[in-house]
Design a protein around this ligand. Structure first.
Ligand code: 6PG
Length: 252
């Protein structure tokens, strides 16, 4: 397991621009013999990153496959839908075949949607009944409560170690979500967190403090053999504990 590489940016636009460059670099590896599979997140931070990505040249979108890290229990046209956000900001603007877009079916009964998506992952990654999908890249965010994907503090999905995708009841939001599990997140080749806003500073401080006794869910995304990148804006980075190394793009 490698340590997180943390990059601090002076502004949210600077973070989004760097993230678009990084993601484009991964997507440019896509060829007919090397399909690239990435999982997108919801949230507000990725929106402009998606728009920038849609303008990037040199990406063979026919060999890119898009998945999702989590979904709300709504249909694909709902303003809450992570698929809809990705569609409106990115997927509608690039020449990607419809068959390469793998959305979670938030309109279905949650447990059934999770089982369907597990099956879709197995099929797309050519897995049999065992084995984990190895994503080329998983993009994640983090909420102020330290949740990532739809792995919320205190919820059952945190303990899901034998499944790829689960339906997760989130009592604090009075809802259900569908989410990839830790084993899938931690099998990825690359994980990129995009974290912006002063409301995230406290959760950032707990993620990067191994002695904290109640570390948030995002702290346990630690790919066993992949790269872990945290792109953090200066306001969220204010929470980084003293001594945590980061590539400081600007004086803090
Ligand atoms: C979602 C997410 C979620 C999100 C964080 C950060 O569906 O809401 O996937 O985990 O990434 O809440 O969201 P912001 O980018 O808005 O801070």
């Amino acid at each position: 397991m490698s340590a997180a590489q943390i990059k601090v940016f002076p502004s949210v636009p600077a973070l989004q621009e760097a993230a678009a460059d990084y993601v484009a670099g991964v997507l440019r590896l896509a060829t007919p013999n090397n399909p690239i599979r990435i999982a997108l997140s919801g949230g507000s931070t990725p929106r402009r990153m998606h728009a920038l990505l849609a303008q990037m040249v040199g990406i063979d979108w026919r060999n890119v496959h898009i998945f999702f890290g989590d979904e709300r229990t709504v249909g694909p046209d709902d303003p809450q839908s992570n698929y809809r956000m990705a569609h409106d900001t990115l997927l509608a603007h690039v020449p990607i075949p419809a068959a390469n877009i793998h959305r979670m079916r938030g309109e279905d009964e949650p447990a059934s949607a999770a089982a369907t998506y597990s099956g879709e992952l197995r099929e797309s990654f050519g897995l049999h009944s065992t084995g984990l999908p190895v994503f080329d890249l998983i993009i994640l965010g983090m909420g102020a409560d330290g949740h990532t994907a739809s792995l919320f503090p205190g919820t059952a999905a945190l303990e899901a170690h034998a499944t790829l995708v689960v339906a997760n009841e989130v009592p604090q939001l009075n809802t259900w979500r569908i989410t990839l599990t830790y084993p899938v997140l931690n099998a990825a080749r690359r994980v990129l967190f995009l974290v912006a806003g002063a409301d995230k500073a406290e959760a950032v401080s707990h993620v990067f403090d191994p002695t904290h006794d109640d570390r948030p869910p995002a702290a346990f995304v630690q790919p066993s053999a992949g790269d872990l990148l945290w792109y953090v804006d200066a306001t969220a980075a204010a929470g980084l504990p003293e001594g945590v190394k980061h590539d400081n793009d600007t004086p803090r």
